[in-house]
Write a protein that binds this ligand. Structure first.
Ligand SMILES: Nc1ncnc2c1ncn2[C@@H]1O[C@H](COP(=O)(O)OP(=O)(O)OP(=O)(O)O)[C@@H](O)[C@H]1O
Length: 251
């Protein structure tokens, strides 16, 4: 990281043990995410990625440690954190019985957007995510790719500065995957900081500037993706991943 980079998320010595668990799901996790980064949280099944994203989004508490958010070097208030951070969860977070327009109106209202602003955002997102024609059909009838795009639209209805995505392209076809990643790239070019998880190594390799590789709740490698590949003498992310996390199944 460059000294001039503006840290927007600071994670320090975070531990997490779920109530029913015998072991820590996160153990001594420290990370910095800089403004306008595309940051990949990568690791095998059960590594702790969803746990970490859930903590960063304020959905579950840490057992110990700290997470702080900054905008231009100043810590966010709770209000700023809510209005400037967006989250696209792995599970679908919409009402299947409602249409995309109705879902976007419902979730947009939670952010206190004005009626005009909400309409503008809703129609913009339906258009750029290729959902215009399906805008008044029940989401429950949609393909996986369309549902993923609705999930994404809901998470960004309030135009967040910092966006978390937990496997945003899981289970979709190549067209939807490309549309989602292209759109996220555009958001990032416009200044949105993106933190995302994926099991799709070639997608992550193209998309991420920095990564943290997590295994058994610990950060085992972090930093600039290109520099990590060079340091470990590998030419692709998948080989780096296998070299650092091993070949065994994680069931
Ligand atoms: N609510 C919970 N209660 C108890 N243990 C949990 C809970 N949620 C997750 N865990 C455990 O915490 C560890 C980390 O899980 P987590 O879902 O964060 O991993 P992940 O890296 O997101 O995995 P995946 O790639 O499969 O989504 C796992 O051992 C999991 O079994």
């Amino acid at each position: 990281m460059d000294m001039t980079d503006n840290v927007c998320i600071e994670v320090r010595e975070v531990y997490k043990r779920y109530k029913s668990a015998q072991e820590d799901s996160l153990s001594d996790v420290s990370l910095d995410v800089v403004q306008s980064d595309v940051f990949g949280l990568l690791g095998p099944n059960g590594a702790g990625k969803t746990t970490l994203i859930s903590i960063l989004c304020g959905i579950i508490p840490v057992s110990s440690g700290n997470v702080r958010f900054f905008g231009n070097g100043t810590p966010y208030s709770d209000y700023e954190r809510k209005s400037r951070v967006g989250f696209v969860p792995q599970e679908y977070a919409f009402y299947q019985e409602l249409t995309p327009r109705q879902n976007l109106d419902y979730f947009g209202a939670m952010y206190n957007l004005s009626k005009t602003r909400l309409e503008e955002r809703r129609e913009h997102l339906l258009e750029v995510l290729g959902l215009e024609k399906a805008g008044d059909k029940k989401v429950g009838t949609f393909s996986g790719g369309m549902k993923r795009r609705v999930n994404l639209a809901i998470g960004i209805i309030h135009e967040p500065d910092i966006l978390f995505l937990d496997e945003p392209t899981v289970g979709v076809d190549v067209q939807s995957r490309n549309a989602i990643i292209r759109y996220l790239q555009q958001l990032n070019e416009g200044g949105t900081t993106i933190i995302y998880t994926s099991h799709h190594m070639s997608e992550a390799e193209e998309f991420c500037k920095n990564i943290a590789l997590i295994d058994h709740g610990k950060v085992i490698a972090a930093g600039d993706l290109q520099a990590l590949k060079t340091a470990h003498g590998v030419d692709n992310l998948q080989t780096l991943f296998i070299n650092l996390t091993g070949e065994e199944y994680r069931d």
